[in-house]
Write a protein that binds this ligand. Structure first.
Ligand SMILES: *[C@@H]1O[C@H](CO)[C@@H](O)[C@H](O)[C@H]1NC(C)=O
Ligand SMILES: *[C@@H]1O[C@H](CO)[C@@H](O)[C@H](O)[C@H]1NC(C)=O
Length: 547
């Protein structure tokens, strides 16, 4: 029973929740950004030490590129500087975008910068930024006056969770729209769009003293990268677009295509659980079909009887919505979550919801009433970016689907694509990457997008999960490294395998790095470092859902 409608809703509205999950992870280092202090913002990058061994700066950019003398935005930029800067081996900055829209690049580098440097080489500065409107950049989009108001409004519904589920989602979206309008003084939201963010990226590159961009974008970050390529085709040194969003397909057939992929990834859970056997997969049954049926039965049971959970840091129910959200979260990062999902489902059958609950557990909200909202990551910026078009909310629940489509639409992007298809030349070909079972961005998206950019190549990774870094593949990592180092592209048609099966990696490797080391030794010492870096990355950084 994979309920398509529910998955649609999870895909579209789940993003809100997911971004919030990531927001909790680290707020240390905030003081370095020092709120709105304009003296810290400059059209040059003035680096200050921040977090651990990182550097932060605020870059001043025009809010409206057609009005360069007008108001400005202050982009929060972060980097892990190359220790080789100033030597012949220095190869400049690589910019990252973590996806979203609305994902925080600052958070991404604070959590995963060292792992990316390990993967790509110390020759590069590892650089990212909070896109305009998002996170620590100023102005930041917020539809709520305080964090307490945001928390009490809550973040998600699931279509099937109640008989009025769809209507509730529609009604809540009306409120979000009204709040957005109320917070849209001087039409400021219009400036928060993908095209302007692409222009900001060029400013960051130039402020680094470089002419051309080197970039690795995930998920929505592929939209951003492709928009950059369409605006500035002659300013590309390296562009890796990983977990590719196909805009045209997205607008036309989102509702069916996304689901096929989600189903395919869930099928891998059933298949791999079966193959792993009862020791490694606690939700095991004697066939994948039986595992699937067991999940259906469990879902129906939970729908009728939610299970209460109290942990050391929070409490709540494992109900239908929570179960569906947790399964979906697992699908886009199977290596991180499938073993926990299998354990959680097995426990849930026995009436213990703790492990399943912990898949999406967040610390309880603690109201720091009266103090200004701390500059953590919130979803509002992403929603604003997605609707620069300002689509009106439709009138009826029946039109929810088209409303959602409107809400999530990014008109700038559509335009960018049209332009991109007319281009016949980029200064360097693009490397597109797609997983064979990505629940959010099917590899078909990568293949289709690549056709619009002559000379570019699609690298396939034979794995489930969202974006290549969701699964361990030394093969993929090496191609990406070679591309950044020397500009070498894989041959068209290359499919990279993963290094270990999901349940095996977890059962042997998660508790201590014995298994990973063993794999590393087999592959040679240097590859061992790649395996470690990939594992570290999976633990610390997750690509938020697209849109
Ligand atoms: C940006 O500036 C141009 C030129 O002043 C103006 O025509 C346009 O309306 C501005 N855009 C927005 C969204 O304010
Ligand atoms: C969810 O809704 C669909 C269609 O309305 C229905 O077929 C399915 O059984 C529902 N799922 C649950 C758990 O009620």
């Amino acid at each position: 029973m994979v309920n398509n409608k529910a998955f649609i809703t999870l895909v579209s509205l789940g993003a809100t929740f997911v971004v919030n999950v990531l927001a909790q992870q680290s707020s240390q280092g905030n003081d370095i950004w020092d709120k709105a202090s304009p003296s810290k913002t400059s059209t040059e990058l003035r680096w200050r030490d921040c977090y651990t061994q990182l550097q932060c700066a605020r870059l001043q950019v025009p809010l409206n590129y057609s009005d360069p003398e007008g108001d400005t935005a202050s982009i929060a930029v972060i980097r892990l500087p190359s220790p080789l800067a100033g030597t012949d081996d220095y190869k400049g900055p690589i910019l990252f975008n973590p996806g979203g829209p609305g994902g925080s690049g600052v958070q991404m580098i604070a959590d995963g910068g060292a792992a990316f440097s390990e993967l790509l080489g110390a020759n590069f500065d590892i650089v990212s930024f909070d896109p305009r409107g998002v996170g620590l950049s100023i102005p930041r989009v917020s539809f709520f006056d305080t964090e307490a108001q945001r928390q009490f409004f809550g973040s998600f519904d699931v279509v099937n969770a109640t008989s009025d589920g769809l209507a509730r989602i529609w009604a809540r979206a009306q409120i979000t729209g009204a709040l957005a309008a109320r917070h849209n003084q001087h039409n400021i939201l219009e400036h928060f769009n993908t095209e302007n963010t692409a222009r900001d990226m060029l400013k960051i590159v130039e402020a680094h003293g470089q002419r051309n961009i080197q970039y690795w974008g995930f998920s929505y970050g592929t939209v951003l990268g492709a928009t950059f390529a369409s605006l500035f085709p002659g300013r590309i040194d390296r562009l890796v677009l990983d977990g590719v969003v196909d805009a045209e397909d997205y607008y036309a057939t989102l509702w069916s295509k996304n689901l096929l992929d989600a189903d395919k990834t869930l099928q891998i859970f059933f298949d791999d659980c079966f193959e792993a056997g009862p020791d490694a997969c606690p939700f095991y049954e004697p066939s994948p079909q039986a595992i699937s049926r067991k999940l259906d039965d469990l879902t129906r049971a939970i729908f009728l009887r939610p299970v209460p959970v109290v942990t050391d840091i929070s409490y709540g129910l494992v109900d239908y919505a929570r179960l569906r959200m947790s399964i979906f979260q697992s699908l886009w990062s199977p290596y991180a979550f499938f073993p926990q999902l299998a354990q959680g489902l097995a426990d849930l059958i026995n009436g213990d919801g703790t492990t399943l609950y912990q898949i999406m557990e967040q610390p309880l909200f603690d109201c720091s009433c009266g103090t200004p909202t701390p500059p953590t990551i919130i979803a509002d910026g992403g929603i604003a970016i997605s609707c620069t078009d300002g689509e009106e909310v439709r009138d009826t629940v029946d039109e929810l689907e088209s409303y959602l489509r409107g809400l999530l639409r990014d008109s700038q992007w559509g335009e960018g694509m049209a332009k991109a298809r007319k281009e016949t030349f980029q200064s360097h070909p693009i490397l597109w990457i797609g997983n064979t079972a990505d629940p959010a961005t099917p590899i078909a998206g990568a293949r289709k997008m690549a056709q619009g950019f002559p000379g570019s190549v699609v690298l396939a990774q034979d794995s489930p999960g969202h974006c290549s870094i969701a699964a361990p593949s030394v093969c993929t990592a090496k191609f990406i490294r070679a591309y950044f180092m020397d500009g070498k592209l894989p041959n068209e048609g290359v499919v990279c395998p993963v290094d270990v099966p999901i349940f095996l990696e977890q059962s042997l490797g998660a508790r201590g790095n014995t298994m990973r080391r063993a794999v590393g030794v087999n592959l040679g010492g240097k590859d061992g470092d790649i395996v470690e870096a990939l594992a570290h990355l999976r633990e610390r950084f997750r690509v938020p859902l697209p849109f």
